[in-house]
Every structure is written in C-alpha cells, then in structure tokens.
Design a protein around this ligand. Structure first.
Ligand SMILES: [Mn+2]
Length: 153
C-alpha cells in the first residue's frame, strides 16, 4: 500500500489519469491525497470531480481556493471569472451531488506526523490550531448554514 499526494489538479483530467497510470495507482490498494483545487482553469473539472468522488475512501481531498470559488458560485454568490472553466459542472445533471460532495471535504487532513492543507498555513498557526479551526468550519460548510457561510466568504 502506498499513499500518493498530488497537488492542484485544476481540471486537468487527462493529465491526472495519465499520472495515476504512470505511478501505478491502484484504488483498492493505494491511497491518494489531493491537496486541493480539483477544479477550474483546465478543461476537465467535471470529469475530475466525478472521478475523485467515485474513488470513495481511496482518496482524501482538502479544499482549495478554486474549490471554494465553485462552491460560492454554485450557491449563487460570487461571479464567474472570464478564465473560469466551471460551466460544465454548473450545467451537469449531477451538479447537486458533486457540489454537496465537495462541500463535505475537509480543510485540513492530519494523519500521524503529516498535515495536508492547501497552499500552506499562516506561520503563527500550529498544526493543532489549524486542525481545530478546520473542524469548526467543516460542519458549517457541509450543513444547512452553507449558503450563509459562503455568502460571507
Ligand atoms: Mn490554490
């Protein structure tokens, strides 16, 4: 069993699948840590979301700023930027499932001596503090207060 950590996929579905083939990733045996920003910029954000969601417990994903951008737009807040490539997700028949799934991802993942977070921590924060703050935000984002939270984000 191996754990592979991969950074910002940013909608680059074909390259992502190519990379998984290259490292011989086996969803039964191995685990994937994804460091946030699954979506936007690349052309395959919808496929990335569907695929990673389908990996179930084999993949751990923390949220990145582009993922938050999608959550805000899906909730009716924020504006699509001209360079955004989120249209296919927003128009997808499984949009609600995908957005709900994304909103339930953690902000911080900690396992043993490892801490995974998108784009780093404020230097004055400890891992404990980052984890505690993440655990405060996550149920809000995953629950009924999501819209109110995203409006103010
Ligand atoms: Mn980012």
């Amino acid at each position: 069993m191996a754990t592979y950590a991969i950074g910002d996929i940013q909608g680059c579905y074909d390259e992502f699948r190519e990379l998984l083939d290259l490292i011989g990733f086996d969803a039964i045996r191995d685990r994937l840590w994804l460091v946030g920003d699954l979506v936007n910029r690349g052309p395959g954000s919808l496929d990335v979301l569907r695929f990673v969601k389908g990996l179930g417990d084999s993949a751990v994903t923390v949220l990145g700023n582009h993922d938050f951008h999608l959550l805000r737009i899906a909730a009716g807040y924020g504006r699509e930027h001209r360079s955004d490539t989120l249209g296919a997700i927003l128009a997808a028949p499984d949009r609600e499932e995908l957005v709900d799934w994304l909103a339930q991802r953690p902000l911080v993942h900690r396992e043993g001596k490892w801490l995974m977070v998108h784009a780093g921590l404020i230097p004055s924060w400890s891992a404990d503090r980052a984890e505690a703050l993440a655990r405060e935000v996550e149920p809000v984002l995953a629950g009924e207060q999501r819209r109110a939270f995203l409006e103010r984000l």
